[in-house]
Design a binder for this molecule. Structure first.
Ligand SMILES: [Zn+2]
Length: 498
């Protein structure tokens, strides 16, 4: 495989070549666990999940580290509001995050380090930076001396003046007074009597925000590793500061490739809690199949902003998410195709040498090629859609009295579904469970009671048994008017909601 990725560090697409060709080492900035994951977290995690899947699916082993920030001012603030222990709150939201990321089809990382378990590593790294003159102690705090690191700004491509204006707006005056220079940033913050603290060589306190990722990536991936990822909002200051800390300590490049995903936008604004245009992943999973959330995220390139729309009623209540609903129809199509393929009776599968349709035979290669080009999700999804259409055509071919399905086509279709799972994490679930879940969610949204539908189906079956076809058609008509569609098969009648 030749994977080309856009590298923020060099501002260009480059061929991804891990230092050890047998093992790609990747670090991803995970969540600060003080609240439920929102759609933006899901988007970001999906991007890196597909990167890892694509590498593994094409023969590269991956060591994937996704950290958990479980010591942070936001956690402490929320724990005071909730009257809950900070460590308990962090644990609860860490578990919720993991659950929400699995629901959307992401594979667990290989290592999920927590800040609370790496304080010794953090202390050691800070001490190294003090010892070599890159950091200094000031009134119980420790700061990184930005001027001492000549490459500062190489990731965000900013000049020193920008750092100064950026840094001064965010920090308290007491902190500014302790610093040698306004652009310096905290590695350790002395206890200001505002919540839990940890002992350190510089007194009681808490680690600064950035130092954890330098310490944890070093502990699990070494001084230099292959790729560092995260959301676009982390380029500055978080990743810029990580580079300064790690490289000032080791003298080696921290990561060769820096990858960043775009935001979710609502009416061209970044989705965020403060704007009130914020949806948690679990709120959305109640409205649509989680795999539709994944599908929707693949409709847009990972570096581009993804715009989210919804519909509201006259009172401003949200009535629907058209993009998710469309994505859910695509997911429904996928699982229907998968189910129909599995249901082709063995006696209809025949060894014939009909030429394999391109959409079946070349799908694995085309899918891999789409992802090789800077993980082009829209191109990969277009290949997936063409493949699913071809599977659907195959199942149609196997229908009817003389229906037959060439064995090589069925084999190619099965292989295609394996690749869809391996590369994109789509179609990984049990088809019946997903289809039933979609139906029940839609039924609930339309106020359709399953018991009512089942009773009508029984009534229709009785009318048909009595050869009262007029009555049977009338019952079907009533169901159609409700939005319920019936599908008769030798095993009985199943229903779906349109
Ligand atoms: Zn980080």
């Amino acid at each position: 495989m030749t994977l080309r990725l856009y590298n923020t560090l060099t501002s260009q697409k480059e061929t991804f070549e891990p230092a050890d060709p047998d093992l790609a080492r990747i670090y991803y900035c995970g969540p600060t666990v003080y609240d439920y994951a929102h759609l933006g977290h899901a988007r970001s995690a999906i991007v890196y999940d597909i990167l890892v899947r694509h590498l593994r699916a094409n023969g590269t082993k991956v060591l994937f580290v996704r950290n958990v920030t479980d010591i942070d001012d936001k956690i402490i603030k929320r724990s005071v509001e909730n009257g809950e222990e900070p460590a308990e709150l962090a644990k609860r939201f860490e578990a919720a995050y993991q659950e929400d990321m699995r629901a959307v089809g992401n594979i667990d990382p290989d290592i999920e380090p927590r800040v609370s378990e790496h304080l010794t590593d953090i202390h050691k790294l800070i001490q190294r930076l003090i010892d070599n003159g890159s950091a200094y102690e000031a009134g119980g705090d420790v700061y990184f001396r930005v001027k001492s690191f000549k490459d500062y700004g190489k990731l965000s491509h900013r000049k020193m003046e920008d750092h100064q204006s950026g840094a001064s707006g965010r920090t308290a005056d007491t902190e500014q007074a302790k610093k040698e220079s306004p652009e310096d940033f905290a590695l350790w913050k002395g206890n200001a009597g505002d919540g839990p603290s940890w002992s350190s060589p510089w007194g009681e306190g808490r680690p600064g925000w950035h130092i954890e990722c330098s310490a944890m990536s070093m502990a699990h991936l070494g001084d230099s590793f292959d790729l560092h990822g995260g959301g676009l909002d982390l380029v500055f200051p978080h990743h810029e500061n990580e580079i300064a800390q790690s490289e000032a300590a080791t003298g080696k490049p921290m990561a060769k490739y820096w990858m960043h995903n775009g935001f979710i936008e609502v009416n061209k604004e970044k989705m965020s809690k403060s704007l009130g245009n914020f949806f948690t992943a679990r709120e959305l999973y109640k409205r649509v199949e989680p795999e539709a959330v994944r599908w929707f995220n693949l409709t847009c390139h990972y570096r581009a902003p993804l715009n989210l729309d919804w519909t509201v009623d006259e009172e401003g209540n949200i009535t629907g998410f058209p993009q998710f609903e469309e994505a859910e129809r695509r997911v429904e199509y996928l699982y229907n195709a998968k189910k129909r393929l599995a249901d082709i009776p063995a006696k209809r599968i025949v060894p014939r040498d009909d030429a394999l349709p391109e959409e079946l035979g070349e799908f694995p290669a085309k899918l891999a090629a789409a992802l090789d080009e800077d993980l082009s999700f829209p191109a990969a999804l277009a290949e997936a859609s063409a493949f699913l259409k071809a599977v659907n055509d195959l199942t149609e071919k196997a229908k009817g009295k003389k229906g037959k399905a060439p064995l090589s086509w069925v084999e190619a279709a099965n292989l295609g579904f394996e690749r869809l799972d391996a590369e994109l994490g789509l179609g990984t679930k049990d088809a019946d469970a997903v289809l039933l879940g979609i139906r029940d969610r839609r039924a609930a949204a339309k106020g359709i009671e399953a018991a009512t539908v089942e009773a009508k189906i029984a009534e229709r079956a009785q009318a048909r048994a009595d050869k009262d076809f007029e009555r049977a058609d009338a019952v079907r008509g009533e169901l159609t008017a409700m939005g319920v569609e019936l599908l008769d098969s030798p095993e009985g009648t199943v229903w779906t909601v349109s």
